[in-house]
Ligand binder design. Sequence first.
Ligand SMILES: Cc1cc2nc3c(=O)[nH]c(=O)nc-3n(C[C@H](O)[C@H](O)[C@H](O)COP(=O)(O)OP(=O)(O)OC[C@H]3O[C@@H](n4cnc5c(N)ncnc54)[C@H](O)[C@@H]3O)c2cc1C
Length: 393
Amino acid sequence: MTTYDVTVIGAGAIGSSVAYHLCEKGFKVALIDKGDIAHGSSSHCDAVALICDKQPGLDTRMGAASIAHYAELAQKFEYDFEFDRKGCLYVCETDAEYEAASAYAARQAADGYEMGMVDNKTLCEMEPYLAKDMVGGIWTPGDAAMSPYKVCFAFTYEAEKLGLTKYTYCNISSVTPVSGGFHLSTDQGELMTGKIVNCGGVWAPDIGALSGLSIPIQPRKGMNLISEKCEKISFHKVLEFGYMMSKFDSINFKRNVSPLVEEYNVAFNIEYTHANNVLLGGYRGFRGFDIRSEVEAMKAIAERGLRFYPVLRDINCIRSYAGVRPFIEDHLPIVSEVDTLPGYFIAAGHEGDGICLSPITGKLMAQLVAGEETDFDISGLDFARFAAQKASA
Ligand SMILES: Cc1cc2nc3c(=O)[nH]c(=O)nc-3n(C[C@H](O)[C@H](O)[C@H](O)COP(=O)(O)OP(=O)(O)OC[C@H]3O[C@@H](n4cnc5c(N)ncnc54)[C@H](O)[C@@H]3O)c2cc1C
């Protein structure tokens, strides 16, 4: 039987990063996926790491630390994952949005993050194809874009150089706690491991169920439209401030949008990729694990895209894709050991931020597994918070 110090289950942006950071610490690590590397949400998503879409506090701190770590890894790794610190503009359609955006940016700036407001004139200079009637927007110069599936391959490639063993297309049938760790039965053999890190994203609950755990993650669908190759029409990551409203139900203002856009909870965002095409999003809905494209959602995304970039009228859409985000109600991931099952860790539930938070999650999880102090206090990401909520309900 093969023995490992740590077995990471799930080879998406989170699991591949956790595996890399564990290998970097000298652990003997196995990385298991039921499919290939980047088989799940990390290859059905967008491509940005932003702090300007995070809640003030721990969420933003994680984002900023992760982007800084991405910049270091982009220098260090042989594998190019197309890291591009292009900055992000959050554009406001109305005075009410501008006011809410200004309050948000001021709070983030007061916390020491580089974020400020720009007016209509500056927006038009920065994004010449953007509709000319925007009031202004939030500018965050440090925000970045990258290729999400290349991030997974980069971490795995670099981890293999440090001794990682990967098991792809591998099904786990049982996880049994034994003295000194866990015994895993898989269709590629029996494994003994000291510790387990569940990085299953939307499937973390199924993986947890093998160990009797109830993990409150739900799939939250998203969709993107992809254009044909075209001239560069967008120079930064650009989103509408209404996106905040779509992501966090707590930000309370109403957009002047059509019933279709409202029904599909669509908020505009655009990304011009290294492959010279346009990625247009986005939508949030609960449809279980169904990732078929929905025509009405596509229409709503296109409608919103045309509102912000009228030039899109002359560019063909060639396909769409959908994926699911690992959603947790409080919008914070779980990065923690399970106190009722020592040696079992969870890094999952990053919703729309798993690509952004991949490097820092890997780094913090490796510190937890090694029993070291983490870079900063992450008790807010503890799995035990759900048991506490249940007890107080
Ligand atoms: C449309 C859309 C746009 C998005 N845009 C962004 C963005 O711009 N920036 C951002 O940060 N995030 C974005 N996200 C969110 C991001 O995709 C996720 O947060 C991230 O991919 C989650 O990574 P993960 O590693 O936790 O999960 P996954 O990538 O899903 O990895 C989990 C892995 O576990 C494996 N697995 C499942 N069950 C088992 C099992 N039983 N045994 C072994 N392996 C198993 C799966 O095959 C999978 O490879 C977007 C999501 C969507 C849908």
